[in-house]
Design a protein around this ligand. Structure first.
Ligand SMILES: *Cc1c(COP(=O)(O)O)cnc(C)c1O
Length: 452
C-alpha cells in the first residue's frame, strides 16, 4: 500500500463517554427522530478520516466498522472529497433517465472491468443495496420469464418489501412488517461451524439443489440469490465448493446466479469481489456499500443478454446513478486500484486472524470463541457459552453485546451480527494504519478476556 497522508491524528482518545454535546443531541433526537431508526453508538460524529471517527466532544474512536463496510477508503478520502466538490460545482443532478452524463457511462465501464468474468456486461445504477437487489430480481425474472427466487438461511438482502422477503432474520428486519412478497424460497446455507456433521461444500450444495428441485422445480426458478460471504448473517463463509456447485447447476438449468456483493465487494475480502476466491463468475452482481467512499450509490452489473432483455424504461429511478455519487465511485475505485487495497485487505487478515486465534488459544477449554472466520478485512468471531465451542456451540449473544460495549467505551467502534446475535464482525477501513489496528486489537483482546 502506498503511504497514506491522514488529515486527522490517527489516535484513540476517550474522555467523558458519551460527552455533554452527544448527550444534548440525544435529547434533541428523542423529540424528533423516529425510534425505529436506532443507532448502535451513543456519540455523534463530527469528523472522520482514515481509521478514526471524532465525536462532537472531541473523543477519537478507532473505527472497526466503516459504517458497515462502506468507507473502505476512509470517510473523507481527499480524492473522493474533491471529486464530489468538483461535480457539485458543475451539476448535482439532471436525472440519467432525462439528460444523461459521462460519469454514469464511465462508472459502468469500470464495473465491467472490475467485476468477475470477461463476458459482455451491462450495468444499471441505483441508490441503495436493497434497490440493487430488487432490480437484480426484476431483471432475472424478466429475462428468464420465471418467478421463483431462491435465497438462503441467514441471508440479508435489505429492508424494502421484496428484500425483507429475501432476508432471513425476523427481528429486527421483518417482525410486524408483513405481508411479504411471494415466490421467495429459502434453502439451507453451507454454514461450516454449525453443520450437524461435517459436510463437503458440494454436498451442501446438493442438499439445497434437492430441496429446490423437489419443492419448487428448477424450471420455475428465475434466480439463485446469494451473498458469497454472508454479511448480517455473521460473516458465514460457505464450505469450499458450495458456491461453484450451485453456480454450475444454475447454469445447467437456465437459472440466473446472482451474487449479492453489497457488503463483500470492492476489495473488502482481499479481491475486488468475494466471488473471485472460488473463481465464480456470477451472471449478475449487486454492489453498493464499499463502492463510493460513503456516497449513496449502488449497481447491478451482469451478462448483457440478461440486462438487455428488459425493455427501455423498465429500469431506473429519479436519483439512480446520481452524478456526484458516480464521481465519488470513480474516485474511490481509483484509490482502490492505485493503493492496491485488495492487498491491504489481505495484510489486515494476516494481522487480525493470528491475533484472534491466539486470544482463543489462551482462553483454553473455557473459551467463548467458537469460530473465527472471514476473508481479507471482512473477519468475525462467533461467541458461544464457555466450554461449548466444540460441543453444543450454544450461542452467546450477551458476550457479543458486552464485548462491543466494552470496546466502545474504550474507544473502539465495533459491530455485532449473526442470526443469533453472537458474532463480532470486524470491518476496518482498508486505509487504517497498522499501529491503529494494533491498538484496536489490544482493546478487543481485553474485552474478550473479560468475558471468561
Ligand atoms: C447492506 C446489505 C444490503 C442492503 O443495502 P442497503 O444499502 O442498506 O439497502 C443488501 N445486501 C447485502 C449483502 C448487504 O450487506
Amino acid at each position: 500500500m502506498t503511504e497514506i497522508q491522514y488529515r486527522l491524528p490517527q489516535q484513540r482518545r476517550v474522555g467523558e463517554f458519551p460527552g455533554p454535546n452527544s448527550r444534548a443531541l440525544a435529547e434533541r433526537r428523542a423529540d424528533v427522530v423516529a425510534s425505529g431508526a436506532a443507532s448502535g453508538v451513543p456519540v455523534y460524529a463530527a469528523d472522520a478520516d482514515g481509521g478514526v471517527i471524532v465525536d462532537v466532544d472531541g473523543n477519537s474512536f478507532i473505527d472497526l466498522g466503516s459504517g458497515i463496510a462502506v468507507t473502505s477508503v476512509g470517510a473523507s478520502h481527499p480524492a473522493v472529497a474533491s471529486a464530489v466538490a468538483e461535480q457539485a460545482a458543475r451539476f448535482t443532478h439532471t436525472c440519467f433517465m432525462v439528460t444523461p452524463y459521462e460519469g454514469y457511462v464511465e462508472l459502468a465501464e469500470e464495473l465491467a472491468r472490475v467485476t468477475p468474468g470477461d463476458h459482455e456486461k451491462r450495468s444499471v445504477l441505483f441508490n441503495s443495496g436493497a434497490e440493487a437487489v430488487e432490480n437484480a430480481v426484476k431483471i432475472a425474472r424478466h429475462a428468464t420469464g420465471r418467478k421463483a427466487i431462491v435465497v438462503f438461511d441467514h441471508a440479508y438482502h435489505g429492508r424494502t418489501n421484496l428484500t425483507m422477503a429475501l432476508t432471513a432474520k425476523a427481528m429486527p428486519y421483518k417482525t410486524g412488517f408483513g405481508p411479504f412478497a411471494p415466490e421467495v424460497y429459502r434453502v439451507p446455507m453451507s454454514y461450516p461451524y454449525r453443520e450437524e456433521a461435517e459436510i463437503k461444500g458440494e454436498d451442501a450444495a446438493q442438499r439445497a439443489i434437492t430441496m429446490i428441485d423437489k419443492q419448487i422445480g428448477a424450471d420455475q426458478v428465475a434466480a439463485i440469490l446469494i451473498e458469497p460471504i454472508q454479511g448480517e448473517g455473521g460473516f458465514i463463509v460457505p464450505a469450499e465448493g458450495f458456491l461453484p456447485a450451485l453456480a454450475d447447476w444454475a447454469k445447467e438449468k437456465g437459472i440466473a446466479f446472482i451474487a449479492d456483493e453489497v457488503q463483500s465487494g470492492f476489495c473488502r475480502t482481499g479481491a475486488w469481489f468475494a466471488s473471485e476466491h472460488e473463481g465464480l463468475v456470477p451472471d449478475i452482481v449487486t454492489m453498493a456499500k464499499g463502492i463510493a467512499g460513503g456516497l449513496p450509490i449502488s449497481a447491478v452489473t451482469g451478462r448483457a443478454e440478461l440486462l438487455d432483455a428488459v425493455h427501455p424504461g423498465g429500469l431506473g429511478g429519479t436519483y439512480g446513478g446520481n452524478p456526484i455519487a458516480c464521481a465519488a465511485a470513480l474516485a474511490a475505485i481509483g484509490v482502490m486500484r492505485e493503493a492496491d487495497l485488495s492487498s491491504r485487505a489481505q495484510q489486515i487478515e494476516g494481522i487480525v486472524l493470528p491475533r484472534l486465534r491466539a486470544v482463543d488459544e489462551a482462553l483454553g477449554e473455557q473459551s467463548v470463541i467458537g469460530d473465527i472466520r472471514g476473508r481479507g478485512a471482512m473477519l468475525a468471531f462467533e461467541l458461544v457459552q464457555p466450554g461449548t465451542a466444540r460441543t453444543t456451540k450454544e450461542p452467546n449473544p450477551q458476550a457479543a453485546k458486552a464485548i462491543a460495549a466494552a470496546c466502545l467505551e474504550a474507544g473502539v467502534v465495533i459491530l455485532t451480527s449473526g442470526t443469533y446475535g453472537n458474532v463480532i464482525r470486524l470491518l476496518p477501513p482498508l486505509v487504517i494504519s497498522d499501529g491503529l489496528l494494533a491498538v484496536a486489537l489490544d482493546v478487543l483482546e481485553s474485552a474478550v478476556q473479560a468475558q471468561v
